[in-house]
Design a protein around this ligand. Structure first.
Ligand code: TYD
Length: 241
């Protein structure tokens, strides 16, 4: 297998802007399809670092990898990210949050994720639809079943093969970020972030075939080792429902 351009792993460009559009592509989950892995977790759980290191290691092992993130990963998605995470006074309602995250998600699925899976590649995505369930659902109180339905429309029903929850106490996670570097969500009170964490853990308990929980309070090297072993096991022996 070939190795994608190194530029894909450099900085923000690594997260998938500049891909050619494959709108309208229909995805068929068959034996040649790739592997879709998402990393989820509360603030400061190490998703970005672990995702980047996973991509580098899998490429080194000869896999074709697409590394991307939410919100973002497309030109539209990065614009939506600026609106959602900017320190603005837009007063965005949680329902508007949910729809905007899903608008970015729809574009990412169509433009980046489905085409890469159809090429048989490994897609690593930092956050996906479960973040909306945890943040806008468990955190902000919107009904989970409604959010699932919005996400189903946005993704066309695409679900990850494997979701790794990097679990950490939000108090520890948020402390890892400098106050000046905190986004709109990171500035919300600790009680919100505790609901988000508990929400992630509840989602993981509900679908144990897809989720794996990794203790992310440990050194990042240990977290990475565990995540790599999980991804390699998924690639070697995909459990597809
Ligand atoms: P994140 O990617 O964690 O930030 P950084 O790259 O700065 O570490 O930031 C995304 C933020 O958006 C995070 O606070 C969680 C929030 N979010 C939602 O509330 N709902 C969603 O559906 C998604 C994808 C993210």
């Amino acid at each position: 297998m070939g190795v994608p351009a190194a530029g894909r792993l450099d900085g923000v460009a690594a997260f998938g802007t500049g891909f050619s559009s494959s709108m309208g592509h229909s995805y068929t989950p068959c034996v040649v399809a790739g592997t879709f892995v998402t990393l989820e977790g509360p603030e400061g759980s190490g998703k970005t670092v672990v995702a980047r290191r996973l991509a580098e290691e899998l490429q080194r092992l000869g896999r074709r990898v697409v590394l991307t993130r939410e919100p973002g990963g497309t030109r539209l998605g990065e614009r939506v990210r600026e609106v959602l995470l900017g320190r603005s006074d837009l007063g965005i309602d949680p329902r508007a949050d949910a729809l905007l995250f899903n608008a970015a998600r729809a574009q990412l699925v169509a433009e980046v994720i489905r085409p890469a899976l159809a090429r048989g590649e490994v897609v690593l995505c930092a956050r996906f639809a479960d973040s909306t369930l945890a943040y806008q659902g468990h955190g902000a109180g919107l009904p989970i079943d409604e959010l699932r339905e919005i996400a189903r429309v946005a993704t066309g029903g695409l679900e990850p093969d494997l979701t790794i929850l990097l679990d950490v106490d939000p108090e520890v996670g948020i402390r890892r970020k400098a106050p000046g570097a905190r986004n709109r969500f990171e500035s919300i009170d600790l009680a919100f972030h505790r609901r988000v964490r508990d929400g992630f853990l509840a989602l993981a308990r509900e679908a144990p075939a897809r989720w794996r929980v990794v203790d992310s309070s440990r050194h990042i090297d240990r977290v990475f080792d565990d995540a790599l072993a999980l991804v390699q096991a998924e690639i070697a022996d995909p459990v597809r429902a």
